[in-house]
Design a protein around this ligand. Sequence first.
Ligand code: FNR
Length: 361
Amino acid sequence: MEDEPVNIREFEERAKQVLPKMFFDYYNGGAEDEHTLRENMEAFKRIMLRPRILVDVSKIDMSTTLLGYKMQSPIIVAPTGIHKYAHPEGEVATARAAAACNTLMVLSFSSSRKLEDVASSCNSLRFYQLYVYKNREVSATLVRRAEKYGFKAIVLTVDTPRLGRREKDIKNKLILPQLSNLEGLLNVDVEQKGGSDLEAFASQTLDPSLCWKDIEWLRSITSLPIILKGILTAEDAVKAVEIGASGIVVSNHGGRQLDYAPATISVLEEVVKAVSGAVPVLLDGGVRRGTDVFKALALGAKAVLVGRPILYGLAAKGENGVKSVIKMLQGELELTMALCGTPSINDITRKHAQTEGDRIR
Ligand code: FNR
């Protein structure tokens, strides 16, 4: 029998072994030179921790809240597409694992399972991630279905007016299955002459004219809170608060959209300062360790979302693999909190992290 992976890196290796190259590359790849993809992880490594000693850490409480919902830890499942590439049960397996770990899951618009099936598979806290298509009625229909099936917020992805250039998918001629939530709603011909089906699909569907005033449209069709995912500057964070967003996700889409966009952890503080507590600021991109979660919290994030590690777990061992990945990150965060002398999430402060900027000052 193979040894259990002991960290996310080993889960990644396991996923690479079991998945067809085309699917592993889709999950793992980024845009163009993949500079931002690597930087997301490298930038975490340049931040050091400032542990405090002789604090009673016999009990560690990782629980926190988001939009009034209690979460067992500040670790959330990010929206990622097409889980059926990793496992036949797809997003249903991921949702069950997230529920077993009391973890919030954000279901992707590009889910390979119907949102109704995901909702009825388990009783857990779920948000729904939205893309706005040229045919607005498709997006509006999905928002209404998500609301009806108990999703508690809409996470509008705002960094994808067009799809980033993912060269691995182009080379592999990535095939795209029918996205199950779009069945009967949208028929797109993705017959490609030698490129990525996803790229062909995205260029026919995504609405590149989406702009700030359209948030009003979204608000007019749902009473759910709206979180904007894909903000990287103070300027846009301020606008997001002004138009009434209920939260912000500092994200560069895991380095899959604009290459040379900054590493998310490097711009988190800028966004947190601009927002000055008006709404929760979340972060995703490059979180592979409990120490990464801790660093993001120290720099002001309310919680983090985790993308690829979940897919590694799903590919390696289905639902149990996702559970192991979530529990691994939760366990690492708990240990980090103990070793830093921060028994609860509120104890984690800016002084527990040392950035490159701090060292120059
Ligand atoms: C994504 N991401 C994404 N985001 C989104 O808003 N809608 C989507 O459908 C997808 N699909 C998707 C597929 C795959 C395979 C990946 C890896 C990512 C981006 C995702 O939500 C998140 O921003 C990043 O994955 C975070 O980076 P890490 O944790 O993967 O480094």
